[in-house]
Design a protein around this ligand. Structure first.
Ligand code: PEP
Length: 257
């Protein structure tokens, strides 16, 4: 089965609601009537409501960058799944390296969030990836195994079939240094092997595995041609209209040939 390629934008803590709406309308003008990959925007929470009103007629989906695992309650500063759903969110990034390493989120936290997202029929984009020191000491597989095994506790095979995974080596995020295609191919294959191992070969081959880490127009052609890459999760370059639309076209061209 051919998976439709995915290009997801992680806007992190950038862009006001007005800037977000403007970006989407400009992107739509650029890509109007063109066939596109699946495009997912993950703006800051404050932009979701306005961007949702804007995208209803466009072939674009909305994702959130985070969620809290409780349904509601006295959790100052957190956001619930039902709040996100009411803003049209269809995807949630879980376990991004900035959540893990700046906000000390553990695999256990990630796991609770995954359950919340899936129980709400929303698609999680689970991020995994090793730090530079893990790669240099030959521990990439061990880290990916830990993040997947502990992150996926209690996630059954039907649930995993509804997820997206993003391989995001920490050393490549926001650094301008992307992983080499050979490293990406190897890590994506490792992720797939680990999933097969965890689920006794009992999962469908349609879980998209995205690559993320300094994707730019000039490296996206090579990266999207890399075996095992079903699309991208993009930070920096997704904030720039010109760069982001070029990447979308490159991804589309690769898959349509
Ligand atoms: C990200 O934030 O998920 C990311 C991949 O960032 P960048 O593209 O800037 O490396």
């Amino acid at each position: 089965m051919i998976k439709k390629p995915i290009v997801a934008a992680n806007w992190k803590m950038y862009k006001t609601p007005q800037e977000g709406v403007f970006f989407i309308s400009e992107l739509n003008n650029l890509l109007l009537d063109k066939e596109k990959p699946s495009i997912i925007f993950c703006p800051p929470f404050t932009s979701l409501f306005h961007m949702n009103e804007m995208i209803s007629d466009l072939d674009i989906s909305l994702g959130a960058q985070n969620v809290y695992f409780e349904k509601d309650g006295a959790f100052t500063g957190e956001i619930s799944m039902s709040m996100l759903k009411s803003c049209g969110v269809q995807y949630v990034i879980v376990g991004h390296s900035e959540r893990r390493h700046i906000f000390n989120e553990s695999n256990k936290d990630t796991n609770k969030k995954l359950h919340t997202v899936l129980e709400n029929d929303i698609v999680p984009i689970l991020c995994v990836g090793e730090k530079l020191e893990d790669r240099e000491s030959g521990n990439t597989r061990m880290i990916l195994m830990e993040q997947l095994k502990d992150g996926l506790v209690g996630i059954n095979k039907d649930m995993i079939d509804r997820m997206i995974i993003a391989y995001e080596p920490v050393w490549a995020i926001g650094t301008g240094v992307n992983a080499l295609p050979s490293q990406v191919e190897e890590s994506h294959a490792m992720i797939w092997e680990i999933l097969l191992e965890l689920y006794d070969n009992n999962i469908k081959n349609n879980i998209p595995i995205l690559y993320g880490g300094s994707v730019k127009p000039d490296n996206s052609e090579e990266l999207i041609r890399t075996k095992g890459v079903d699309g991208f999760l993009i930070g920096g370059a997704s904030l720039n209209l010109d760069m982001f639309s070029k990447i979308i076209e490159i991804v589309h061209n690769k898959f349509m040939r």
